[in-house]
Ligand binder design. Structure first.
Ligand SMILES: C[S@@+](CC[C@H](N)C(=O)[O-])C[C@H]1O[C@@H](n2cnc3c(N)ncnc32)[C@H](O)[C@@H]1O
Ligand code: SF4
Length: 382
């Protein structure tokens, strides 16, 4: 089973009103060295759990990891290399915010071994960026992309959102076209959602209605396809097959270690015992508890929960997964899926191919209904 590593950096310059990630506005400078020490300690606890195979990918996400200096990221990756066996072609991604993107940082990240950048552009329309509470302008976002290219990054993801406050379909098209003119290798194109516990949720801005959102999605997908970006997951598009290996591992129900404040991990122990754990969310609590592992929760996933957990990931992929991956990842027989699978296929929600677990376009459109069939308590009828 492949294993990857997720590293969480929980600070941002300020908190965006739509964001429910574990990110905290910076009020004073962070001791980056102390946090890297804590991450490596956390990793020590993780590697003691069971022997690990080669690590295929590392994702340094946030928050805003680009707030950290190259020297801190370098020391982190050095410490990781000492503790884990990294694949020769390991993918190492770092998330950057254009408002916290310094030229010197970018070249230092590259020198430290980071080989993929993910830049949070969100929009290339200044009025929309302001409505989203972003700390950068459109030209700063383009500038960050150019800096990244200049620093030698040949594998760059750009994040953009649609369905923005008061956005029209015409504006969305212009926004997406401007992004694609930069020719990134990968685009993550998300519909803006109102997440509980965010400022937008408490005081929603005027958003496009359902009909407009469907129109935007269809037209945006057509633009991405016409520009050579193949959709391989609900929000992920790649050209020249530069898929994100790290995320693919999640969607294929692979294992991952999670280190850092609020990080989640999934590790399969002997006898297919799938364990999920998460770390203390608040940076101060995490830092003070890391010597003991900083665990916030740890639980074993029951056999009855594995079908829905597996499907929740696999069905996000446009081409789904081979049917035998289910047994490989969970140790369960395919009979554990038989009843809901039969029902989903009869209802035209999943492709009728015994060798694949793949949603039909209709299944992807009604993904929640489809997944509900795999819930342990779902009543299997018909
Ligand atoms: C963890 S954030 C990290 C990126 C970086 N901190 C930044 O904002 O530039 C990853 C991406 O999730 C997307 N995202 C965050 N909140 C969202 C929301 N409420 N709805 C849709 N997409 C969201 C954004 O595109 C964001 O770039
Ligand atoms: S910069 Fe990114 S992680 Fe930080 S608050 Fe904004 S969206 Fe969230």
């Amino acid at each position: 089973m492949p294993v990857s590593l997720y590293v969480h950096i929980p600070w941002c310059v300020s908190k965006c009103p739509y964001c429910d990630f574990n990110s905290h506005a910076l009020h004073e400078p962070v001791d980056q060295g102390a946090y890297v020490d804590a991450l490596l300690r956390d990793l020590d606890h993780e590697v003691a759990r069971r022997p690990l195979p080669e690590i295929g990918s590392i994702f340094i996400g946030g928050g805003t990891p680009s707030l950290f200096k190259g020297v801190a990221i370098g020391r982190l990756l050095e410490g990781v290399t000492q503790r884990l066996h990294l694949a020769r072609d390991v993918e190492i991604t770092l998330e950057a915010n254009p408002g916290a993107a310094e030229a010197a940082h970018f070249s230092d990240y590259r020198a430290a071994g980071v080989n993929r950048l993910s830049i949070g552009v969100q929009s290339l329309d200044d009025a929309k960026l302001q409505a989203l509470g972003r700390i950068h302008s459109a030209s700063e976002a383009v500038g960050a992309f150019c800096l990244a290219r200049h620093a030698g990054f040949d594998n760059i993801n750009l994040d953009m959102m649609y369905g923005l406050p008061a956005q029209t379909t015409v504006e969305m098209r212009a926004d997406l076209r401007a992004l694609l003119a930069l020719q990134p290798e990968h685009v993550s194109w998300y519909e803006l959602t109102l997440e509980p516990n965010t400022r937008f949720h408490h005081r929603p801005p005027p958003l496009p209605d359902e009909g407009q959102l469907v129109e935007m999605m269809e037209q945006g997908q057509a633009i991405l396809a016409a520009c050579g970006y193949r959709q391989y997951e609900i929000s992920a598009y790649a050209r020249d097959d530069r898929l994100c290996r790290h995320n693919l591992n999640y969607w294929r129900f692979g294992d991952y270690l999670g280190i850092g404040a609020g990080a989640h991990g999934k590790l399969t122990m002997p006898h297919y015992l799938v364990q999920r754990r998460s770390k203390q969310r608040r940076p101060a609590a995490y830092l003070s508890a890391v010597a003991q592992g900083a665990l916030s929760s740890e639980r074993s996933v029951g056999d009855h929960e594995l079908p829905v957990e597996f499907m929740l990931n696999a069905l996000r992929l446009s081409v789904g997964v081979p049917t035998d991956l289910f047994a490989q990842r969970t140790g369960l027989g395919e009979d554990a899926l038989a009843a809901p699978l039969g029902q989903a296929r009869r209802r035209g929600l999943m492709v009728d191919d015994p060798n694949r677990l793949e949603a039909t376009p209709r299944g992807r459109r009604y993904l929640n209904d489809l997944l509900a069939l795999f819930e342990p308590e779902a009543e299997q009828t018909g």
